[in-house]
Write a protein that binds this ligand. Structure first.
Ligand SMILES: [Zn+2]
Length: 343
């Protein structure tokens, strides 16, 4: 597989599948109805943050085009591109914090009058991502700003899971819901950005990334398929009693837990699909059909359902505070006991 990283996204151009959102929002802005707060939501890898940055640049740009897109050459655009525009503030979880939450103090500081005032242009943009990381106190602090918005500020909440935000917050935001593109659009866009070796795997990567193009780019860059294949071999070996579940848990905890849990959920879901119908049309991992079919004979459907529930629960707990070794141990010991005893 190639070592080359995919090129950076164009800083002043919305992604093709988000152009309709752009046109709508730009029309809203021309009518002076953009409001004070918006909630950009959609699955991971659809392009929410990039869209928020292009829109922020357009609001800062001193000479935007007739389509509202930032010129890319003025002083404000250059500051945006270098990530140092003083009127754009990002808030996310404190990387030092173990909880992965956005805390009330951080929101209060962000919303203080100082940062709400634009330095260069007519207004400041505050981006909060992922907005669902705000704990209830933080969301409550934000609510005060939403209730008394300043004309000089646009608040952008960016969220993969807006259902975790209080309705009191979401009801005060203009909603923009972004969806992944259709397969043709995604394939065309990705083909132009990946090298030959990466292009061979596009179809499979798109399926594993649930059609989100930026996840495919990240996956290609991180050699995702190779990691998934290695993890799957270990999953197989545990079922066949060839590998110690505790040792495998040790290997898995070195990886991104959310990703491994997503793969696990995909494998067990595929085992259930094959258990119902050996020739099941849709699989999350079509390239592993033969291996999964061989494993499916080892697992009773009721047990697979229970294991899947356990994986979903683990996903809900997948924060930086959990003990990853213990989490994977409990799943893999269960998986071993379900599969190795039946045969
Ligand atoms: Zn500009």
């Amino acid at each position: 597989m190639s070592e080359a990283l995919s090129p950076p996204l164009p800083p002043f151009e919305p992604l093709p599948w988000l152009q309709p959102h752009w046109q709508r929002l730009w029309q809203t802005r021309r009518n002076d109805r953009l409001g004070h707060a918006m909630l950009l939501s959609g699955p991971a890898g659809v392009g929410k943050r990039h869209f928020a940055d292009v829109l922020s640049a357009a609001l800062m740009c001193t000479q935007p085009g007739t389509d509202g897109k930032p010129c890319g050459t003025c002083a404000d655009c250059k500051l945006m591109a270098s990530g140092s525009h003083p009127d754009l503030v990002h808030l996310g979880p404190d990387p030092e914090s173990k909880s992965g939450e956005i805390k009330a103090d951080a929101v209060r500081e962000l919303c203080s009058r100082q940062s709400l005032t634009a330095n260069r242009g007519p207004r400041a943009v505050l981006q909060i991502a992922p907005a669902e990381a705000m704990n209830p106190f933080a969301a409550n602090s934000l609510l005060k700003t939403l209730e008394e918005p300043a004309d000089s500020t646009l608040l952008m909440l960016i969220s993969e899971d807006p259902s975790r935000l209080p309705a009191t917050v979401t009801s005060r935001c203009q909603r923009v819901t972004m969806l992944p593109p259709d397969a043709d659009t995604a394939l065309a866009w990705l083909s132009a950005r990946l090298d030959n070796a990466q292009r061979r795997d596009i179809g499979l990567l798109l399926r594993l990334a649930q059609d989100a193009p930026l996840r495919v780019l990240a996956a290609a860059d991180a050699h995702w398929l190779r990691l998934r294949d290695e993890s799957f071999r270990q999953f197989q070996a545990v079922a066949e009693g060839r590998e110690d579940p505790l040792k495998t848990a040790g290997a898995w905890q070195q990886q991104e837990p959310a990703l491994v849990l997503e793969w696990l959920a995909g494998w067990v879901s595929d085992l259930l699909r094959i258990g119902r119908d050996r020739n099941a049309n849709y699989l999350s991992n079509p390239d592993l059909r033969a291996e999964l079919a061989a494993l499916s004979g080892r697992l009773r459907p009721a047990a697979a359902h229970q294991l899947l529930q356990q994986i979903f629960k683990a996903r809900a707990l997948a924060t930086s505070t959990m003990n990853k070794q213990l989490l994977f141990e409990s799943l893999l010991v269960r998986w071993a006991s379900l599969t190795t005893r039946t045969h």
